[in-house]
Design a protein around this ligand. Sequence first.
Ligand code: HEC
Ligand code: HEC
Length: 269
Amino acid sequence: MRLLKLTGLAAIALALGLTSALAAQKPVIKAEPGNPLGEIYSGYNMRDAKTQAMQDDDFDNPGFLWIEQGASLWDKVDGEDGKSCASCHGKAEESMKGVGAKFPKYVAAKKNIVNLELQVNDCRKLMKAKPFKYESNEMMGTVAYVKYQSRGMPVNVTIDGEAKKHWEAGKEFFYQRRGQLDMACSHCHEKYQGVHIRSDYLSQGQANGFPLFRLKWQNMGTLHRRFTGCNKNIRAQPYKRGSQEYLDLELYVTWRGNGLPIETPAVRQ
Ligand code: HEC
Ligand code: HEC
């Protein structure tokens, strides 16, 4: 694989053919102690100006179609008990503020870590309503809507106590070489961050914009879909969305972004 080392914004702008407008940059933040990245930044910083503009404008941002769907599902009565999310949680703007920033998290009753997708289906079970499929529009809309209530708030997942072993499993996954190309997540998203690869710029692989709209997908997508794609790119076996492997990986990857403002719904190429 050919990796072309580029340094600095000017080089990026040049390579993208952006002569007049430099791509916008969100702040680079000092990572919390123990984070191997030292400094963290959003994948937004590696995108071209057009994609960034689409994310920045709530009217242009296609992700808002899912936010709107999530908002109407929040109030929709479903299931045998005749309840909606609002029946138990009231207004999402109040009850869900800051909640998305703390997921995935350890839930004692499940003796496991839970991400927002699993939490939503646990609640649908309480409502005696059918679970949403992992990557259905209903699920992505609901999760995006919950996460959106924390937009601008810093990612803040906890990895102590019972969460620790899941964090460790996720870390092991992240640094494990795999697939025909024998590469780990860390090769692309730590060692070669900022490098140009197959007409894309490698970011730190942060989770703060998910679920997000991807132009290539022409759709919203979950973090686990992205994991699947990255695994396939190196011809490694992908895991199922919602699998224990990807849950642990989600906890670890999300933690690497502790402190980054939530950008849901982000837009990517
Ligand atoms: C029958 C009541 C009930 C309904 C209806 C319900 N939930 Fe919940 N929900 C709970 C309980 C109980 C908890 C766990 C206790 C807590 O953290 O508030 C919870 C927790 C959550 C959490 C995590 C909160 C946190 O602080 O960690 C989210 C997110 C959530 N629910 C979303 C939803 C969504 C979306 C819906 C609609 C699809 C929904 N809930 C419907 C009862 C309900
Ligand atoms: C061969 C290089 C490569 C490897 C290995 C790789 N990725 Fe990626 N990944 C990419 C590219 C290219 C993108 C899109 C550009 C970017 O944001 O880096 C991407 C994007 C992502 C994103 C989205 C970032 C954003 O802001 O939208 C996440 C999250 C991610 N990768 C996680 C992982 C994880 C976890 C692994 C290990 C299972 C992994 N990647 C392995 C190349 C790779």
